[in-house]
Design a binder for this molecule. Structure first.
Ligand code: RB5
Length: 148
């Protein structure tokens, strides 16, 4: 598995933590920034990660901002992205099993680095359950294909 990761200025610390986690897990990653301490716009980081996922350069994306909200809104504008904003381990597992999410968003002003690591580890290792969930995910994809 290959993962693209990015944050805005509000998510740098958790992004670095998750890069360490992926190194420990031997997961290949590409770090798309940001490298700055100045204020940047979350969309400028969410879209490159989302586009790498939909064009197949990477399998999954991880995005961190202050709340995770801006990143998740922006990523979900890209066709083919199913981005979940997750701040608990139950949802991390459920959104992989049920929604087959391909991007994970978290907020550094919401949770600490320890919980963020646990969430990311669960999300990276939990497979899609398929079955009845396949039809539901396909309905989302079909809607996306015929609207906007
Ligand atoms: C930046 O101040 C903050 O708005 C951003 O990191 C994020 O929380 C937006 O949703």
């Amino acid at each position: 598995m290959k993962v693209a990761i990015a944050s805005d200025h509000g998510g740098i610390n958790i992004r670095k933590e998750l890069i360490s986690l992926m190194e420990e897990m031997n997961i290949e990653y590409v770090d798309l920034g940001c490298e700055c301490n100045a204020s940047v716009d979350y969309l400028d980081y969410a879209i490159p990660v989302a586009e790498k996922v939909v064009n197949g350069e990477v399998d999954r994306g991880i995005l961190v901002c202050g709340t995770g909200i801006g990143m998740s809104i922006a990523a979900n504008k890209v066709k083919g992205i199913r981005c979940a904003l997750v701040h608990d381990t139950f949802s991390a597992k459920a959104t992989r099993k049920h929604n087959n999410t391909n991007v994970l968003a978290m907020g550094e002003r919401v949770i600490g680095p320890g919980l963020a690591r646990d969430i990311a580890e669960i999300w990276l290792t939990t497979p899609f359950e398929g079955g009845r969930h396949t039809k539901r995910v396909n309905k989302v994809t079909a809607y996306e294909a015929t609207h906007g």
